[in-house]
Design a protein around this ligand. Sequence first.
Ligand code: GTP
Ligand code: MG
Length: 197
Amino acid sequence: MHIKSAEFVCSNTKIEKLPGPTLPEYAFIGRSNVGKSSLINSLTGKKGLAKTSQKPGKTQLINHFLINDDWYLVDLPGYGFAQASKKNRAEWEKFIRRYLVLRANLQCVFVLVDSRHEPQKIDLDFCYWLGEQGIPFMIVFTKADKQSKIKSDQNIAKFRAALLQWFEEVPAHFLTSAETKLGTAEILSIIDGINQQ
Ligand code: GTP
Ligand code: MG
């Protein structure tokens, strides 16, 4: 898919204030600092579109970006941000989960997982929760440029094996890098396919 336009629409904490659910929507979720905002910029080819930071906890709102006047990419705050207060964390989690459960036009959630790490409980639990809720999701392994392909593939295999304990069929996955754009064409192609359905 060719990206002709990518525009910031709005930031929200209240799902009642989101744009009307008339266009297909794809949300990026994952731990703080995993690279959600960077991957959105890489996918759209617009560097400053979603705000990124070396410090975790940068994205704190539900951010809508309109792509090709036809569908939305949504950048979400990360989970598992250690420096946030317990109360803050619980509140974010509540509103993100509410968004994911209630958003009628949400086609697929992309769960971003750092390809450098062995499977983490927080990511596996989140995938399990999505499965329980019946929310369609795919897994995006990030920061592939930071280590060898062999290492990434080992971590991916372990993550998939862990998911297989819960799911009969493990969802599709992608190995990506916001730096080299590895995997970005595949993600856009999957989105294009869903949009055509
Ligand atoms: P929060 O908004 O805090 O939840 O973080 P985020 O998941 O949106 O992460 P963000 O995109 O802000 O990236 C975090 C840091 O990782 C930044 O310093 C990015 O430059 C870096 N980063 C993200 N993706 C990649 C990647 O593919 N390769 C490399 N080398 N660095 C990356
Ligand atoms: Mg972010």
